[in-house]
Ligand binder design. Structure first.
Ligand SMILES: Nc1ncnc2c1ncn2[C@@H]1O[C@H](COP(=O)(O)OP(=O)(O)OP(=O)(O)O)[C@@H](O)[C@H]1O
Length: 312
């Protein structure tokens, strides 16, 4: 089966800064693929290359078998792109905005009218479609943005951190809508630094850091990389740096990172059973005011692979 989207050997440098180096992956039809990485990891650069906005220094992009560089028109027709910045007309209504973008894509008037209603239903904004954009919440605007990218029925929808700055209700509507699209057979490239979203939506994930893919696989495969270790979070009161040094030295602690709010995150073999030893270890430097043990997840994998927390 031809992949919906394949990229290989992508490289982009800005002067001395390597934004993307040797990035490659493949998205199957109906697959939701996640690109997970912290700010500045190279997600936006990768996406800009995939949607034809940025020319890579090296590498190839195939959309449904069509080479983006050789036939950009055909390749781009199969892509729906939802950028990070919202570019809509505030004085037009939601429906009018969709109509504008549909005309821009060259969709015939009658087919467009019907498609707009379908898309409004999908993004859950049928009731508010005749309200002006400047009366919408940030999340509703984001949903119109997603709707605009869906009008031409792309084979793959590419979203650049679609839930940043979005209210909880819209966030839920966005994630529910995306799950529905995937069930109906659309491919998705979803980028985020919220691992819980990537874990929920995506079947396959690439973890990107400093411009390179450092791990790739199904959710389960990636989580298995951290082995049987649990993630333990300790909130400390006292001399946190000294306590941190002591915690790192405890037998069974595989990884350790400090967070901005004064807590310490550890990956520890047999984490929950290690708690008494951890609490004893910090004695004299700090007291443990709260503890949490979390089963391995993608964030644990990220911490394991990079030694840094995803949100830092
Ligand atoms: N036009 C540019 N000129 C110079 N450096 C750039 C440019 N665009 C991006 N970079 C650098 O390339 C690296 C990757 O940036 P990119 O925006 O792709 O990361 P990202 O993972 O999308 O992060 P964010 O979530 O913050 O957008 C960063 O170090 C960034 O500073």
């Amino acid at each position: 089966m031809t992949a919906t989207l394949t990229c290989e050997g992508l490289r982009k440098r800005y002067g001395d800064v390597t934004a993307v180096e040797d990035v490659g992956f493949s998205i199957a039809p109906g697959q939701a693929y996640g690109l997970l990485g912290p700010n500045g990891a190279g997600k936006t650069t990768t996406i800009s290359i995939l949607v034809g906005l940025l020319r890579p220094d090296a590498g190839t992009v195939l959309v449904g078998g069509t080479d983006l560089a050789a036939d950009p028109r055909r390749a781009k027709a199969a892509i729906g792109y939802v950028p990070q910045e919202i570019a809509l007309y505030p004085e037009l209504t939601g429906r009018e905005n969709l109509r504008f973008f549909g005309r821009l894509f060259g969709l015939p008037r009658r087919a467009l009218a019907a498609r707009i209603e379908e898309v409004l239903d999908l993004i859950g904004l049928t009731d508010r479609a005749d309200g002006r954009l400047d009366t919408y919440s940030g999340g509703m605007r984001r949903r119109i943005n997603i709707g605009a990218a869906l009008l031409h029925r792309p084979a793959v929808l590419i979203l650049d951190e679609p839930t940043v700055g979005v209210d909880p209700q819209s966030r839920k509507a966005i994630l529910d809508g995306l799950e529905l699209l995937v069930r109906e057979g659309m491919s998705l490239l979803y980028t985020s630094h919220y691992m819980e979203e990537v874990e929920r939506i995506c079947d396959r994930v690439a973890i990107i850091d400093h411009g390179r893919i450092i791990a790739e696989g199904t959710r389960r495969e990636l989580i298995a990389m951290v082995g049987t270790a649990d993630k333990v979070e300790l909130v400390l009161d006292g001399d946190v740096p000294a306590a941190f040094a002591k915690l790192r030295a405890v037998e069974g602690v595989v990884e350790a990172a400090r967070t901005e709010d004064g807590s310490v995150r550890l990956i520890a073999e047999g984490g929950r059973y290690l708690l008494p030893a951890l609490i004893t270890a910090v004695e004299g430097s700090a007291t443990v005011t709260a503890t949490q043990v979390i089963e391995p997840d993608l964030e644990a994998t990220f911490l394991h692979l990079t030694g840094a927390s995803l949100r830092d």
